[in-house]
Design a protein around this ligand. Structure first.
Ligand SMILES: Nc1nc2c(ncn2[C@@H]2O[C@H](COP(=O)(O)OP(=O)(O)OP(=O)(O)O)[C@@H](O)[C@H]2O)c(=O)[nH]1
Ligand SMILES: [Mg+2]
Length: 460
């Protein structure tokens, strides 16, 4: 069993830290209603799914001898099992001040609640059978989404699209296994229930469905996890200017002096639905100044690990040996970007030879080339065609299990072809089904649960 008891009543602030119009404290468990009643200063009885305006008093406010009013709140009771967690839940909406909300949590703890562990509300929903594991993970993805496409992919999974796809494949495998089993149990009829050819044909349909998922997963992962693109180039070519233009804010310092940027500056941007972490880096040169030298080292490190490099060269300055050396060295995958298109150009793309045939001209002054560059960024990171639909699967845990299932079905197919026994084929089909069941959590070891839910933050 997971480390913490599912029978306690738990409490946590559900809204993010900081000040807001309202803030929500969530209580869940068998004592939720009783604890909320103890906190409420007025004697209104809570009705299920009715918002009740009441007050919370603080009987032990520091330095004050008598009870003081703490906050005016709205309490809403969601009666079990019709609640997020499946337990009794009371949501207390107070004014969104961290001190008030913290105090409400403390008072609830004084009245018998325990502070919730990260992800514990969602874990309860899972343990109570309200949602499966895919949906629980989708809650975390939805909360963490930074692009609308990411949010849509998570919402689809929360609504059960992936679960249903997995269930369809699993049902097919189950049916196939049952018929093979029947052929075993009634050997006189031989392959009466299913010929080897039929079995092979059905198996390849299952494998095609798994292959589709795996293919979608490639895009899905990019949408879910995002990618890093580093802006690279010699000093003063306009790296920070382009970074700011793509980010849409003046994040990095821009000056006419070479060697302005030293630290890495990173920002997440939505590029066609893909969350891209853009990294602005120091201009590459042999720097005498130790601070700049450190910046150049960091720039090289960041460029080495990025999924893509934007290789910037200044179109308005002569194409020197240093720039040529830079272009030779910058690793693929990369996009060559020629900057300062609004100024008179000192050379044309032919001067870059083969490396220049797909270079892009941009200017942050006129805005030329920027939307084209965004498009090229997306295509360099994912297959555009595949990005048209919301990917059904995006989580690496799910994909690893899909791969396991693919591998088992591949072996089952080989066995069928090679005349292997039904028992051996059945064993492979069984492994494939076990892998699929782990995706939705119908079969999952406790450590896996802890691992998944510990990545949530408190209050979810
Ligand atoms: N006209 C024009 N000037 C630009 C453009 N992009 C950048 N500049 C100018 O080029 C100079 C250098 O720009 P930065 O963005 O600081 O260049 P950088 O590559 O980040 O420079 P370092 O950080 O020093 O390596 C500044 O004076 C910018 O205003 C452009 O598209 N057109
Ligand atoms: Mg810079």
């Amino acid at each position: 069993m997971v480390a913490f008891s599912p029978y306690d009543t738990i409490v946590a602030v559900a809204t993010p830290p900081g000040h807001g119009g309202i803030g929500v404290v969530r209580l869940s468990g068998p004592e939720a209603l009783a604890i909320a009643a103890r906190l409420a200063a007025t004697s209104h009885r809570l009705e299920p799914r009715h918002a009740t305006l009441t007050r919370i008093d603080d009987p032990t406010a520091a330095g004050v001898s008598s009870t003081v009013a703490l906050d005016q709140v709205v309490m809403t009771w969601f009666r079990a099992p019709q609640s997020y967690t499946g337990d009794d839940v009371v949501e207390i909406s107070g004014h969104g001040s961290p001190v008030l909300l913290r105090r409400i949590v403390e008072l609830a703890m004084g009245a018998g609640a325990r502070l919730a562990e990260p992800g514990e509300f969602t874990l309860r929903a899972y343990l109570n059978g309200r949602i499966d594991l895919v949906q629980a993970e989708a809650v975390a993805d939805l909360v963490n989404a930074v692009t609308p496409l990411q949010a849509r992919a998570a919402m689809d999974q929360l609504e059960g699209t992936l679960t249903r796809a997995i269930q369809r494949i699993d049902a097919h495998l189950f049916d196939l296994a049952a018929r093979l089993e029947a052929s075993l149990d009634f050997p006189d009829e031989g392959f009466h229930f299913l010929t080897r050819d039929q079995a092979a044909a059905e198996l390849s349909a299952v494998r095609a469905a798994l292959d589709d998922l795996a293919r979608e997963g490639k895009v899905g992962r990019v949408v879910r996890e995002g990618r890093t693109a580093a802006i690279a180039g010699p000093p003063n070519v306009g790296k920070s200017s382009l970074f700011n233009a793509l980010v849409g804010a003046s994040r990095a310092i821009v000056t006419e002096m070479a060697g302005t940027t030293r630290d890495l500056v990173t920002e997440r941007v939505d590029v066609g639905g893909v969350p891209v972490t853009l990294v602005d880096t120091a201009g590459l040169r042999d720097a005498g100044d130790p601070i700049e030298a450190e910046g150049v080292q960091r720039a090289r490190d960041a460029q080495a690990i990025a999924a893509l490099r934007l290789a910037l060269v200044d179109g308005s300055a002569p194409l020197g040996a240093e720039t040529r050396r830079f272009l030779e060295r910058v690793a693929a995958p990369r996009l060559v970007v020629v900057t300062k298109r609004d100024l008179p150009q000192a050379w044309d793309l032919a001067a870059l030879g083969a490396g220049g045939h797909d270079a892009i001209h941009v200017s942050v002054v006129s805005g030329e080339g920027l939307s084209g560059l965004r498009d090229r960024l997306v295509t360099a990171l994912v297959d555009r065609e595949e990005l048209r639909d919301v990917p059904a699967i995006s989580n690496i845990r799910h994909l690893a299990l899909v791969d396991e299932a693919r591998e088992s079905t591949r072996r089952a197919g080989e066995l069928l072809d090679a005349g292997g026994t039904e028992e051996l084929v059945l064993a492979e089909l069984g492994s494939a089904r076990r892998a699929l069941e782990q995706i939705t959590g119908r079969r999952s070891p406790d450590e896996l649960l802890e691992h998944i839910f510990s990545k949530f933050c408190v209050g979810k």
